[in-house]
Design a protein around this ligand. Structure first.
Ligand SMILES: Cc1cc2nc3c(=O)[nH]c(=O)nc-3n(C[C@H](O)[C@H](O)[C@H](O)COP(=O)(O)OP(=O)(O)OC[C@H]3O[C@@H](n4cnc5c(N)ncnc54)[C@H](O)[C@@H]3O)c2cc1C
Ligand SMILES: NC(=O)c1ccc[n+]([C@@H]2O[C@H](COP(=O)([O-])OP(=O)(O)OC[C@H]3O[C@@H](n4cnc5c(N)ncnc54)[C@H](O)[C@@H]3O)[C@@H](O)[C@H]2O)c1
Length: 454
């Protein structure tokens, strides 16, 4: 059996693993990274990147539908899924290649195959034993299938990117990021959507008013939202369609079912028992804020550790760990400062604290918010409303959080996240000169609302 030795061995070449491996190699360590599928992990291959490309495609539906009011005489347009799917695949392959080049340039050895721990410093891969002084587990997460009869007939988000053809009717189980994003995309591509969500509203971690504005618009777009409904079974009917039954006896018939009920840690068959790593009650690897596990020299980062399952979070954790190992001290990532967006239709974005979180921590806050119609809707005649909100600490005037539902929310929020990170006050927002005419300018002129009365 061949033996290989490294300073750091990374398992999983997704957002967390690739960043950690590259930085460690640049700091002078002898590093190898093991990947069982494609470089780039979920974000590049089955997540952020292909999803956002579908999102851009879906936006054309709106633009084309409204173009007449803006003076364009267009021939009737049709949507061709296979063309989009092939363009997206080609773009993803280019990014995989860019990852390969980046790792090679940094001097990281890339090994393909499924890694399994055989001792706390030893991994088995394709019949080889690999030893490392330090081990980093960055194996990510995959779609969780709730244990209900027929669940194996459901698709996961991974499957959505390789569909041969789009279904006419899609039932989506779940009310989080993936459910709302795919509902919006597929609806724009002409698929009839029903969402079956256990929660009383969509996107429970987001501001309730933001999600309400989004849900109202989703309904207006024709999406059937069944909230507070727990799916209890999926049954294949005689004509090949699938029927989802809920706890309250509702029955939804569709051609395909997408399960988007959260993601579970990729730790199965990894051999974690040989090093007695502590896991939480959902199976995620327990770490401290710098990625240290209960075992010396074994670290874990990204989705496999639970918490905020976002690419920038995985990358920031990797940067903090490598700083801790090579150029200490390192500052852990502050989850309160992680902005996020849902690429739903309309999109939602937030930075900092929501009103509910701030209040649950006993903070006294002032709330500023506004519902308005974007200028574009004046010509398109759309009824969609934008909603924006600022949460401000009453004592210091510091802006604790910002939220938005509406077009470009994610792009606008990235700028606001910088202001919040820098500790800007409401007075700073107010004395900022607007860029006119934009939706973002509304953030510079918000007046207070008594959130208890509104
Ligand atoms: C549909 C979807 C859309 C998303 N959209 C966004 C978005 O818009 N913005 C955002 O910030 N986040 C988004 N995310 C979340 C984001 O993709 C993840 O948070 C991020 O990819 C996590 O990175 P990671 O490195 O922890 O894990 P991953 O990227 O999942 O990487 C883990 C890698 O480990 C490999 N692996 C697992 N086990 C083994 C083994 N035994 N041996 C070898 N290799 C192994 C896997 O094949 C995988 O490549 C989305 C996720 C999904 C599913
Ligand atoms: N734009 C982005 O940044 C983005 C996009 C997609 C995914 N992601 C990441 O991926 C993660 C996974 O996405 P997700 O949408 O699968 O998870 P999620 O945690 O966002 O939502 C899961 C949803 O499934 C529901 N649910 C759970 N068990 C259920 C059951 N048995 N029956 C019915 N409903 C059930 C929950 O109530 C919740 O609404 C997200 O938490 C997010 O971190 C991020």
């Amino acid at each position: 059996m061949t033996q290989l030795n490294y300073d750091l061995l990374v398992i999983g070449a997704g957002s967390a693993g690739v960043r950690a491996a590259r930085l460690a190699a640049q700091a002078g360590a002898k590093v190898a990274i093991i990947e069982q599928q494609a470089l780039g992990g979920t974000c590049v291959n089955y997540g952020c990147v292909p999803k956002k490309l579908l999102f851009y495609s879906a936006a054309y539906q709106t633009l084309l539908a409204d173009s007449g009011q803006f003076g364009w005489k267009t021939a009737s347009s049709t949507f061709h899924w296979q063309t989009l799917r092939e363009s997206v695949t080609a773009a993803v392959e280019e990014i995989q290649q860019a990852y390969q080049n980046t790792l090679a340039k940094a001097g990281v050895t890339v090994l393909f195959g499924k890694a399994k721990l055989t001792a706390s410093h030893t991994v088995q891969l394709n019949g080889q034993e690999i030893h490392a002084k330090q081990l980093l587990i960055a194996t990510g997460a995959s779609a969780f299938r709730p244990p209900i009869p027929g669940i194996n007939d459901a698709l996961t988000s991974d499957d959505m990117f390789c569909l041969e053809q789009l279904p006419q009717r899609l039932a989506i189980i779940g009310g989080g990021y993936i459910a709302t994003e795919f509902a919006g995309l597929m609806q724009r591509f002409g698929v009839q959507i029903t969402i079956i969500a256990r929660s009383p509203r969509l996107l429970m971690g987001f501001d309730a008013e933001c999600t309400e504005v989004c849900a109202r618009q989703m309904r207006a777009n024709g999406i059937d939202l069944r909230l507070s409904q727990d799916a209890t079974a999926i049954t294949r009917l005689a004509d090949g369609s699938l029927q989802v039954t809920t706890e309250t006896g509702q029955q939804i018939v569709a051609d395909q079912v997408l399960v988007a009920a959260g993601r579970h840690a990729n730790t199965e068959a990894l051999g974690l028992d040989v090093c007695q790593l502590d896991l939480d009650d959902q199976g995620f690897i327990k770490t401290d804020s710098l990625g240290r596990t209960n075992q010396a020299d074994i670290f874990a980062l990204g989705d496999v550790t639970g918490g905020m399952q976002l690419t920038p979070m995985a990358i920031a954790q990797a940067e903090a760990l490598i700083r801790h190992l090579f150029t200490p001290p390192a500052e852990p990532v502050d989850p309160d400062k992680v902005p996020t967006a849902v690429f739903s239709d309309p999109p939602i974005a937030q930075a900092g604290l929501t009103e509910a979180i701030a209040k649950s921590r006993g903070m006294t806050v002032k709330v500023y918010k506004k519902t308005f119609t974007g200028l574009r809707s004046r010509l398109s005649q759309r009824t969609a409303k934008n909603f924006i909100k600022l949460v401000v600490d009453s004592a210091s005037d510091q802006v604790l959080g910002a939220q938005m539902t509406g077009p470009d929310a994610s792009e606008i929020m990235q700028g606001l996240a910088i202001a919040i990170q820098a500790g800007a006050t409401k007075a700073d927002f107010d004395r900022t000169i607007a860029i006119h005419p934009t939706s973002a300018e509304e953030f510079t002129s918000l007046t207070e609302v008594d959130s208890e009365k509104s």
